[in-house]
Design a protein around this ligand. Structure first.
Ligand code: N01
Length: 539
């Protein structure tokens, strides 16, 4: 329960408050400290790690290669840390986050088990008043959110949810002690990345597994494997150049890609290239041609290639057809698997198509689809997140004139560069909607934003400025630019969390910036070199 503001006094007066101790909040804290600012991070969980603290479901791992999904700011750090696999499992990423916190002595500036409930801008002082669920009231010049893009779990409000006598889990809020499904009858709802990673492992333990699929997803093999010392050493020897190469790519990753269209080659060559990328494994499958997310004809060649793979792997033709997505590959986020399709060949695993007839309600013993009851002991909701805006809008953020962020974003998020919001001065949103975030290497994105923010704060300090706010013109132009380039991509052509379509009633706005990491980098630099163009700075 929030303690009323009137009954509180300030518990601290700081230069900056940072919300969240995931990779974004940790690095932001380090930069603030290095630059001589008083700051504190507030974190709901009892440890660092963000996404990797909460998501502990079986099979959870990063489907971005571990040598790249790691901080780049410290060469000592990247030289001393040894990733064990091509794709790091969740416990190892969490161990890495803890290592970073200890190595850079970050914990002393992080307040755990403390949620930020409200932040209010005071126009008289140009400072934020931040209130926590523990009753603290903090005054800060800057309010910096590092809340992640996929951190607010979407637990569907199935009718009669409370009637179910078994256990309901959400992949994004997994019990820390783990769950033993041995001998249990399990239902998994949802076939996005979390479902696709967890289903093969849940199937290994459970007595029976029903997978409830609303929309089939495109999945390519991850081809995970242990990393051998020579491979690690080769990357480490060339890390700076490889990171630079990554930053020059739209995704912020370095990987093999081709710079020609799928329609520039004949059928045999196209097939050969698809096979090559399929065998290599991973999300870089979409790099096989340069127009897969632009040209529907090119996209369809890749989509059909994957459908044919599914038809070959899954033995029951009816199940295979249900698992073969009909829409655009890469529109919903591509998934990478280890044995997902093979799992449906097991006799105790059944796919339930709920595309036409949804889960109508829960019962004491399971769930109903149409007239059929599926009796289970456990229900796993791999149903995703209120992405991009959920964690920001959960806080009661009040800007100029007491206007809430919820009100301002009633019809979808509006920001300048995904960093600043008109009407919310001295607030910065790390990987906020309108920045590349989920379309790029998230760790490079948080480093980029934190560096930019601290650079801006240094400029303000040098110039004795007290207030920075995005201008309405800059915000409008950025929102329009986002819309235009989003419309030009096939990624905006289906129902996805990028658009907010997974949350009933959420405005359908394509939220991440799809222009690519290097172009975005230029835009950030341009703003700085033109005296923070697009922002109004004042004393
Ligand atoms: O969530 P999702 P996720 N009834 O939204 C279904 C990142 N991530 O947690 O498609 C029935 O993708 C929903 O159906 P539909 C990654 O960016 C990364 O799997 O909306 N079904 C869908 O099948 C990823 O994209 C890693 O028709 C319902 C599923 O639930 C993002 O997180 C690992 C439903 C949700 O899929 C989200 O992934 C894991 C309902 N009421 C996740 N509501 C890495 O490896 C939803 N669904 C880095």
């Amino acid at each position: 329960m929030t303690v009323p503001a009137a009954t509180q006094t300030f518990d601290a007066s700081l230069d900056a408050v940072v919300v969240g101790a995931g990779f974004g909040g940790m690095y932001m804290m380090l930069k603030l400290r290095e630059n001589g600012y008083s700051a504190r991070v507030y974190e709901t969980g009892d440890d660092v790690g963000g996404t990797w603290y909460w998501n502990r479901y079986p099979g959870c791992r990063c489907d971005v290669e571990s040598m790249q999904y790691s901080y780049s700011f410290s060469d000592e750090l990247q030289q001393e840390w040894n990733w064990s696999e091509r794709y790091a499992p969740q416990p190892e990423i969490l161990a890495y986050a803890r290592h970073v916190a200890d190595r850079f002595d970050l914990r002393r500036d992080i307040e755990f088990e403390t949620r930020i409930d409200r932040a209010t801008f005071d126009e008289a002082t140009n400072r934020w008043t931040i209130e926590t669920n523990t009753g603290k009231r903090i005054s800060a010049r800057y309010f910096i959110t590092a809340v992640g893009c996929l951190s607010t779990a979407n637990l569907p409000d199935f009718p009669d949810r409370d009637a179910f006598k078994g256990n309901i889990y959400h992949t994004g809020q997994w019990p820390h002690e783990g769950v033993d499904f041995t001998g249990r009858r399990v239902a998994v709802i949802g076939t996005g990345s979390s479902g696709i990673q967890s289903i093969p492992l849940i199937a290994k333990q459970s007595k029976s597994l029903h997978v409830f699929q609303r929309t089939a997803n495109f999945v390519v093999p991850a081809r995970n494997r242990p990393l051998d010392p020579e491979e690690r050493a080769a990357v480490k020897a060339d890390y700076a150049a490889l990171r630079a190469k990554g930053r020059s790519r739209p995704t912020g990753f370095f990987f093999e890609h081709n710079n020609f269209s799928a329609l520039d080659v004949d059928d045999a060559e196209r097939e050969r290239l698809y096979e090559k990328f399929w065998d290599n494994g991973g999300l870089t499958f979409l790099g096989v041609f340069n127009d897969l997310l632009i040209s529907p004809e090119s996209n369809e060649t890749a989509a059909e290639f994957v459908r044919n793979k599914i038809r070959k792997i899954v033995k029951d033709p009816e199940t295979a057809e249900l698992l073969a997505p009909r829409d655009i590959i890469g529109c919903k986020r591509l998934c990478a698997d280890t044995g997902y399709f093979e799992t449906f060949n097991l006799p105790h695993v059944k796919l339930v198509d709920i595309s036409k007839s949804p889960i109508s309600r829960l019962t004491e013993n399971g769930l109903m689809v149409g007239e059929t009851e599926y009796q289970v002991d456990d229900i796993v909701c791999a149903t995703g997140f209120d992405a991009m805006t959920g964690a920001l809008l959960k806080m009661d953020i009040r800007g100029v004139g007491g206007r809430t962020l919820n009100d301002k974003w009633e019809h979808g998020p509006r920001s300048y560069l995904g960093l600043g919001v008109k009407g919310f001065p001295n607030m910065f949103t790390i990987t906020g909607p309108g920045s590349p975030s989920v379309f790029a290497n998230m760790i490079l994105c948080v480093e980029q934003h934190s560096d930019w923010i601290v650079g801006c704060m240094n400029h303000m300090r040098d110039e004795k400025l007290k207030r920075i706010e995005a201008t309405l013109d800059a915000e409008d132009a950025w929102v329009e630019h986002n819309r235009e380039i989003g419309d030009g991509s096939l990624r905006s052509q289906c129902k996805s969390w990028y658009l907010g379509s997974n949350i009933p009633g959420k405005p359908k706005v394509f939220s991440p910036y799809i222009g690519g990491f290097p172009i975005y980098t230029d835009k950030l630099a341009e703003s700085v070199s033109h005296d923070y163009r697009g922002f109004e700075l004042s004393r």
